[in-house]
Design a protein around this ligand. Structure first.
Ligand SMILES: Nc1ncnc2c1ncn2[C@@H]1O[C@H](COP(=O)(O)OP(=O)(O)O)[C@@H](O)[C@H]1O
Ligand SMILES: [Mg+2]
Length: 258
């Protein structure tokens, strides 16, 4: 088991957002977290990562047992954990290569500069961005920024990658290529991925298992197939709501040519 969450409770101030969340993530599993806006998806990721202090629960994270909100996530786990968040922006005054080298300077300060350069180039190559090595973030498109951020998230060859709405703000074609990239990295790095997204195409393309949050609880923890065919009204309504409308494809084409 890569990740095992038991009875996680989390909230802000007096407000409890997550009552009691339990689920597991297997090696090389892509786990999609679903739920309405404000259902606590980001809260869940932040609490697992120890970025917010959980109220209760147990997390077994890459073999290390942690009391949620009490035990800090140890460095041995952090180095094997990649994070690609929507707001996880690149530092604007650093070049792309300097941005991607950041995790190495934190976790592998002993590495000589030429080795760092080589590792950065390799990570950039994995996301097809070698040409952007010396560029500044301001010179990149939205999709390229996401790819650069992904290169930074995988530079330490993590075992698990957390993504919070990574394709938000991307055009459909770029979003699809990000999906392909995640599938490829799962193969090459044997990554497990925990991803929040509500794009049906992404969910169908990459999802192995779904965790559906509702009212602070797990409403469904099942395979993609079973989730798509769920008779639970809240879940079937959700999938109907995120299904592309009939004219979407045409509109996207029009949009691209405008
Ligand atoms: N830093 C915060 N302080 C107080 N309330 C927050 C904070 N972050 C999120 N919330 C609240 O917690 C709930 C869940 O938020 P969030 O986890 O961001 O939902 P989701 O990612 O599913 O849209 C929302 O009601 C939101 O307003
Ligand atoms: Mg969110």
């Amino acid at each position: 088991m890569i990740l095992s969450v038991r009875d996680l409770k989390a909230g802000y101030g007096k407000k409890i957002i997550l009552e009691s969340i339990s689920f597991d993530v297997q090696p090389e599993e892509i786990r999609v977290i679903l739920g309405g806006s404000g259902s606590g998806k980001s809260t869940l990721l932040n609490n697992i990562l120890g970025l917010e202090r959980a109220r209760a629960g147990e997390i077994k994270f890459l073999g290390v047992k942690l009391r949620a909100g009490i035990d800090p996530v140890p460095n041995s786990v952090r180095v094997k954990t990649g994070v690609l968040f929507q707001g996880g922006a690149l530092l604007s005054s650093y070049t792309v290569s300097q941005n991607i080298a950041l995790p190495l300077s934190i976790h592998r300060p002993e590495l000589p500069a030429p080795v760092v350069q080589e590792m950065v180039a390799e990570a950039l190559n994995k996301v097809n961005m070698l040409h952007a090595f010396h560029k500044l973030p301001s010179e990149l498109s939205g999709g390229m920024k996401k790819r650069a951020a992904l290169a930074r998230a995988i530079i330490l060859e993590p075992q698990i990658l957390f993504c919070d709405e990574p394709s938000a703000g991307l055009d459909p074609i770029t979003a699809r290529s990000l999906d392909d990239l995640l599938l490829e990295l799962r193969e090459t790095l044997h990554l497990s991925v925990i991803i929040v997204t509500h794009e049906l195409e992404s969910i169908k393309a990459i999802g192995d298992k779904i965790l559906f949050l509702s009212s602070g609880k797990v409403l469904l923890d099942d395979t993609l197939e079973n989730a798509l065919h769920s008779a639970v009204p809240e879940i079937s309504d959700f999938f109907k709501r995120i299904a592309p409308k009939e004219n979407d494809e045409k509109n996207n084409v029009n949009f691209n040519f405008r």
